[in-house]
Design a protein around this ligand. Structure first.
Ligand code: SF4
Length: 255
């Protein structure tokens, strides 16, 4: 379900943020059933992005932390019983670090499990306090080679790798996510490089290898944006298993 609030001008501080929507989900957004807050704005433009409606902060509504906490409160008992928590996703939540930090802090104070879903591109904006209020980081490492990363996302891979190392130094629990896109980041060299890097991060519990899919294509159509991977097939079961095998060969748990 996605609940919406009325539109207001969009500015963000620690008490208000740009939030296109929120939702309840079970799966890759952290353990158990999650209340997921989608924040607005993202510096990257991943070719496979499933949430292009979150790209521009100005397209989002302005929502207060209090309003969101009221909403979260309605589901609190349900997500606790389901072993879940709250995930701040996007877009890119670290584009609004004060707002995201306050939200994580308030959830933590309620005793809710907290997760931050990020590309790490703006990891330098996450304060140690924000990370201390984060039980789990879901970190997308979208590729290793800087050219592959830039072609896939439009951005620079270095900040993500720097953030990954910092999370390890801080000992923050992390799940790495690797969206497998045939013809882009499915080469053995690419996968092996990510795997050998992750193998040096003792805080990473596992890697989620997520097969690219085209389910977001209708959103692009609605927004009048060409979907760049319209002709790219999802990875085959064999390719997916092959990539799992390569991660595991480096001692990295993958699923
Ligand atoms: S980082 Fe996430 S929200 Fe931003 S473009 Fe990539 S997939 Fe989309």
């Amino acid at each position: 379900m996605t609940t919406q609030t009325r539109a207001r001008p969009c500015e963000t501080d620690n008490s208000t943020g740009a939030v296109p929507s929120w939702d309840i989900s079970t799966g890759v957004d952290g353990p158990g059933t999650r209340f997921v807050v989608f924040t607005g704005g993202c510096p990257l433009r991943c070719l496979y992005c499933q949430n292009p409606e979150t790209w521009r902060m100005r397209d989002s509504r302005r929502v207060t932390v209090d309003e969101l906490m009221t909403e979260i409160g309605k589901y609190r008992r349900f997500i606790e019983v389901a072993g879940g928590g709250v995930t701040i996703s996007g877009g890119e939540p670290l584009l609004q670090p004060a707002f995201t930090g306050e939200l994580l802090h308030r959830c933590r104070r309620l005793g809710l499990h907290t997760a931050l879903d990020t590309s790490g591109n703006l990891g330098d904006r996450a304060t140690d306090t924000l990370l201390a209020d984060t039980d789990l980081v879901l970190l997308d490492i979208k590729a290793w080679d800087p050219r592959t990363y830039r072609a896939l996302t439009g951005g620079d891979v270095a900040p993500t790798l720097r953030f990954a190392r910092r999370l390890a130094d801080l000992g923050r629990s992390t799940w790495v996510r690797y969206v497998l896109v045939p013809g882009h980041n499915d080469g053995d060299d690419e996968v092996d490089a990510v795997a050998s890097f992750v193998a040096t991060l003792p805080n990473v519990e596992h890697v989620d290898v997520l097969p690219f899919h085209r389910l977001g294509a209708p959103k692009y159509e609605r927004l009048g944006i060409p979907f760049p991977l319209a002709d790219t097939p999802p990875p085959s079961a064999e390719l997916l298993e092959h990539v799992h095998t390569r991660f595991r060969a480096h001692g990295v748990k993958s699923r």
